[in-house]
Design a protein around this ligand. Sequence first.
Ligand code: F6R
Length: 606
Amino acid sequence: MCGIVGILGKTPVATNLVDALRRLEYRGYDSAGIATVESGTLVRRRAEGKLRNLEKRLLTEPLEGHTGIGHTRWATHGRPTERNAHPHMTAEVSVVHNGIIENFRELRADLEAKGHTFDSDTDTEAVVHLITHELHAGKSPVEAVRAALQHLQGAFALGIIFAGEDDLMIAARQGSPLAIGHGTGEMYLGSDAIALAPFTDVITYLEEGDWAVMHRSGAEIFDKDGVRVDRPSVKSVASSLLVDKGNHRHFMAKEIHEQPEVISHTLANYMDMVSGSVRFPELGIDLSKINRVTISACGTAYYAGLVAKYWIEKVARVPVEIDVASEMRYREAPLPADGLAVFVSQSGETADTLATLRYCKANGQRIASIVNVRTSTIARESHAVLPTLAGPEIGVASTKAFTCQLSVLACLAIAIGRARGSINAAQEIELVKGLTELPRHIAGLIRNEQPFIAIAQELSKARDVLYLGRGTSYPIALEGALKLKEISYIHAEGYAAGELKHGPIALIDENVPVIVVAPEDDLFDKTISNMQEVAARGGQIILISDAPAEKISCKLAAHIHMPKVSAFTTPLLYAIPTQLIAYHTAVVMGTDVDQPRNLAKSVTVE
Ligand code: F6R
């Protein structure tokens, strides 16, 4: 959730640390800080709020050290104040940390009893004092860290520097990602390769339990048992990734507009558009024999999985079990022998999704992951990786990653259906054709944003908004509500349209806009009946549908006219208006669209 960086440089490192942190701000932006070694002494600057506050601070109070660490925070323990901002330090050692030290209370009590005084409310400070304690006992920095790591429980990535040690940085990884970058006479540390992209493209990813002793000349890596290990260096493609807003006001807007292109790329990776067939990579499991698919993910990625449940059950006639990863990891769910478990994650680092993956792997499942970051931990721990080709998604609210996840899942449903013989070649061609036409329809839809801006003006006055849908439109209703609430801060809920009369209908009055996602499919008439129930109670209906006016018998506040597409592909297309409605409502509300409050792009804590 937090982002960490470190540089052993030839010149002062403060500017480059801030530059790297800017690329990690998507991981958290509650506060930021850096510390360097200056003439043997540890010096730090920290600031509450976004990175620009730290930058301002550094203008008047610069840091000159050539060795330094930096941090951008998403608060877990302690309020997002300067006092709780990283780096945390004593006179001897300074630490940046991503993750959670689960036993910090016990450690803190023990260290306080031994005379240590804590300055913050964070779990991280326990690590600082633990290492300091070992140094006071006469250990060298490397031995002190080795000893301290034995006592830490939880998930963490750490970057550590020491007073009097200008050519030393220690990194440790357990459950949170960490990459070492190799320069010429310089070394780097970062939560991901994108942070290090301006400095180097030669990256070594630390494995679970690894820790590394870094000097300007290179890094020695040890595994969790302290055994020296060799980890490969890979050439990262992160530096070639463009991370700017183009002509758009926000990353989210840019990412919404990229969808025709990135969906095309993703589909082309899994389909042969000429023959009209799906060309799916080997998953190492006989798809014709599977009798259950397990899907798990969090947030938006979970809703992509929920659409896939409908698709796989309908097209491939295989039962799908799906659960949010934060529940599934503790449910001790029984799993079928030799089953297929599919994990969906943009970042590939979500802690709950990763933990559920490990549970399923330990229980004999074949693991396939749909990730946007191919070098991520989830990708590396999977038997088969099915990448989404969305490119970097910077806006915290997921848009293009979601529709690319749906693209891969649609192909998976077709691949399983073909393998099991529940669809024939002609049906496969029909489904593939529908998918092939989608990017064109999406491009048409986003060409004119005026209707969404008009709806946004009205929604911005609402306190609560409901989203309704049936079948595959139900997960889209859930996703639409999530998008609206996370960036506009307006309370929104998604419901299965048929559930309305079992409780939520009590909320309806003339002040509650109800967004109905209703393609003209087999379920359309049922959804329209539910819509009439809303209209009868004065609800303001915003309909997203391809149905002609004569099929809609009640008064609408607005109608987003959708192009006709194949029924199979509607969730992909109907996701787009929900994104645009959320985006423009947030713009009207004046919220921080790309970095909404309390959120982070990569959720590496449970
Ligand atoms: C919402 C959103 C989150 C993520 C969730 C999982 O817009 O982006 O709900 O979908 O945190 O993240 P990943 O996909 O990285 O596992």
